[in-house]
Write a protein of this length. Structure first.
Length: 364
């Protein structure tokens, strides 16, 4: 099954990569027929892990075109923040968006558009792509977009903005800060003239998270909200804000296991009502990834086995309904938006990452 799903995942991702290089998040789900920098960077990372470097390269060139296309908006946002504008949900359209058409245009509509995590993640992913592929000349080719993204993050990182689930736009989120930290940190080695500045900024962000993003001995969903969120796994993998065996991270994982794991499926957070609050395959893969690095190989293999068991003819879904946190909300979401997204490229990407970690991918 492993090699079959591996091959299917790679082919599916390639099939739904636009000619522009963008990865379409979910081709059969109306609201996801777009491209995200965050989801796409993780998908590109998975493709690098399995040797599909050309696919990843095309994605990062698409990111460059997106930043270039919206250069003036980014510069205006930087100037506004430097002049004292704190943004907020009512003014969030003044900032760069989170999802785009495959041609790089903004998508209109009611959406949590002002998100910073994708802008940190694409820089982190670009550095990983260079490490895997050796395509070092991308740094020079994409330099203006890289520099502008760094300036944008430096200006905006303390502003409230929507989290990785497109929610809570009035808060500051440790996971978002970790993505920004990782993107800035990743560019230190490639921009020697800014290395000292970037190192200082990255450390300031890390210290902010450690000071304000911890309660009861673990990381919190957002500053001022002590709930646990499974995306907090990202603080260590892949963003490296803390180590896998950091005591605060270990306490966070224990809370995730206690509150958000049902069988081998991982929920986003306890109060989730989206499609009834199902179990997200990409988060199960993430917890499995953590287990591989924490020396818990058996648990990681069990996670991978469970993900494989959820594969349908059309691929891996975004979430499954084995255990719903809010079952009364499921039917209303289906009625308003259709069945849950399937296939979701991000689910396939994170499965590939976990399979790679476990050595399950021999040749696809």
């Amino acid at each position: 099954m492993t090699n079959t799903l591996c091959t299917q995942s790679i082919q599916l991702i390639l099939r739904h990569q636009a000619t522009s290089g963008a990865y379409i998040a979910s081709p059969a789900f109306t609201h996801y027929k777009y491209a995200w920098l965050r989801d796409g960077a993780f998908t590109a990372y998975a493709m690098n892990r399995v040797g599909e470097h050309d696919s990843a390269s095309r994605f990062y060139k698409w990111c460059d075109r997106v930043i270039t296309l919206h250069e003036q908006k980014a510069k205006a946002a930087i100037a506004a923040v430097q002049a004292g504008d704190r943004g907020g949900e009512t003014g969030s359209n003044r900032f760069l968006h989170t999802r785009y058409t495959v041609d790089g245009e903004e998508v209109s509509g009611d959406w949590g558009s002002f998100q910073l995590d994708g802008y940190g993640t694409w820089l982190w992913g670009l550095a990983k792509h260079i490490q895997y592929s050796g395509e070092i000349n991308l740094i020079q080719k994409l330099a203006p977009s890289i520099e502008l993204t760094l300036d944008y993050l430096a200006a905006c990182w303390q502003l409230p903005n929507f989290d990785c689930w497109e929610e809570a736009g009035d808060r500051v989120h440790p996971v978002t800060l970790a993505a920004i930290f990782a993107g800035i940190k990743a560019m230190e080695a490639y921009l020697p003239e800014r290395a000292s500045e970037l190192a200082h900024l990255a450390e300031a962000i890390r210290q902010f998270v450690l000071e304000h993003g911890v309660a009861h001995g673990r990381f919190v969903k957002s500053i001022g909200n002590p709930a646990v969120d499974a995306s907090l796994l990202w603080l260590t993998l892949p963003f490296g804000l803390v180590e896998v065996d950091d005591p605060v991270m270990e306490q966070t994982v224990q809370a995730i296991e206690k509150e958000l794991v049902a069988g081998h499926g991982v929920h986003r957070y306890a109060s989730d009502t989206y499609y009834g609050g199902g179990q997200w395959l990409l988060l199960s893969a993430w917890l499995g990834w953590y287990y591989t690095r924490a020396g818990k190989s058996q648990q990681a293999h069990e996670m991978a086995d469970w993900i494989e068991s959820q594969c349908k003819a059309s691929g891996l879904p975004e979430q499954v309904q084995e255990h719903l946190l809010s079952p009364q909300d499921y039917s209303s979401w289906v009625k308003s938006s259709g069945e849950p997204a399937m296939p979701l490229l991000w689910s396939h990407a994170m499965y590939l990452v976990l399979a790679s970690e476990l050595g399950r991918i021999k040749h696809c």
